[in-house]
Design a protein around this ligand. Structure first.
Ligand code: HIS
Length: 397
């Protein structure tokens, strides 16, 4: 190994340096304060835990993204968390003992075996909120609005919010009585939005022509709110659970539009991003200049069952590193004060007082006067000097 290669970081693994790290931390604090003001309580979940508990009830996709290693103490397999949502669902099911809704939030690193997308980190910092114990449309609306406020807090806009409902596809697939393997094939084509493939596949595999027609129509339903009217027609004779899903989606859309009147709303009725774990309304936020969802989430009512207590659940998360990258907020290191390295009680008191008032005071450790280059490097605009009449004074540089 060449010595230059020794310091090379693995692909998708990066350091965050000043001033970006300050921006990231500022956003983390502000967003967690926002969640607290909405009643979401902070939880901290372990970075590493036994694989079987980490992956309980989770998708094949999450399994693929999870780094695995052997625990030297127990000999059991452990995994590095690739998502925090299932851990928080477990906390709600096993530890919280709440009868009413539980609102929880988090901000922590996750690790991925491979990046989720082009230019995506393998060590994102997930920040998110989850609400357990309410199956209402209002709970989804609360989370969609909070997701949007998260982006606003980070100085990200304009925002485009896209809604979908996995119950539409699921309900039609259930009615068509597809085998798991067939469902996976169709799912794959739908995710790729390969319309020609979908049509051929449905003609060959689904005998009920009405269901095949509805599935073909559903895959093409994306765009603005008029999509919901089209869906009414395409799905007019769909099974009751599909009609109910459409009804929920419309109610959610109307309430979100009222709460966020200046946001553009879009619909993608075959959005299946989190199909393996989402069960109802799904939502994502987009912003110009970033090709993927900046924040995403949805309803996942069944996950708690794996932990012994099924509760309705809904939530969203975002990668704080991406939020910091897209943020228009200016977060700068504050100007600082340079203090001499003198063992003098009056000087030390003055320094402590200034720090308590929120000033940044840096001790000048080197021999001799600080030159202009050093002052610039330390971002100093003032310094403490000996006053002619004794004691210390602050002077502007
Ligand atoms: N953790 C989910 C998003 C989500 C959060 N809460 C509910 N859903 C994902 O990675 O897609």
């Amino acid at each position: 190994m060449k010595s230059a290669d020794r310091w090379l970081l693995p692909e998708g693994v990066e350091e965050v340096l000043p001033p970006q790290a300050l921006k990231l931390e500022t956003l983390r604090r502000d967003i967690l304060d926002l969640y607290q003001s909405w009643g979401y309580e902070l939880v901290v979940t372990p970075l590493i835990e036994y694989l079987d508990s980490l992956l309980v009830g989770s998708s094949h996709d999450l399994d693929l993204h999870t780094f695995k290693l052997t625990d030297q103490m127990s000999g059991r397999m452990m995994g590095l968390r690739a998502d925090i949502t299932p851990q928080v669902a477990r906390i709600d099911a096993r530890n919280m003992h709440r009868n009413g809704p539980a609102r929880l939030c988090y901000a922590d690193s996750v690790v991925h075996t491979r990046p989720r997308g082009l230019l995506t980190s393998r060590v994102p910092i997930r920040i998110g909120a989850e609400l357990f114990g309410s199956a209402s449309v209002s709970a989804d609306v609360e989370l969609i609005v909070l997701m949007s406020r998260t982006l606003s807090q980070a100085g990200i806009g304009p925002q485009h919010i896209v809604l979908g409902h996995v119950g539409l596809f699921r309900g039609l697939v259930a009615a068509a009585e597809l085998e798991a393997e067939q469902e996976a094939e169709l799912f794959d084509a739908v995710q790729r939005k390969a319309f020609a493939d979908i049509d051929i596949w449905l003609d060959e595999q689904v005998e009920n022509i009405n269901l095949a027609r509805m599935l073909k129509g559903l895959c093409r339903l994306s765009g603005d709110i008029t999509v919901l009217d089209e869906a009414e027609q395409v799905l007019a004779h769909a099974p009751p659970q599909v009609r109910q899903a459409l009804d929920e989606l419309r109610k959610t859309a109307e309430a979100v539009q009222k709460r966020l009147p200046d946001h553009s709303l879009g619909f993608d009725l075959s959005e299946l991003r989190g199909y393996q774990y989402h069960t109802g309304t799904v939502f994502a936020a987009y912003t110009p200049g970033y090709g993927r969802a900046v924040a995403k989430g949805g309803r996942y009512d069944e996950i708690g069952q794996a932990y012994g207590r099924a509760r309705p659940a809904s939530g969203f998360d975002a990668d704080l590193k991406i939020l910091a990258r897209l943020s228009s907020l200016e977060v700068r290191r504050p100007a600082s004060i340079l203090a001499p390295d003198e063992d003098d009680a009056a000087l030390q008191t003055m320094v402590e007082d200034l720090r308590r008032q929120g000033e940044v005071v840096i001790t000048h450790l080197d021999e001799g006067e600080a030159d202009a280059a050093l002052l610039k490097e330390l971002s100093c605009d003032r310094r403490i000097v000996a006053a002619p009449e004794g004691g210390w004074q602050l002077v502007t540089i």
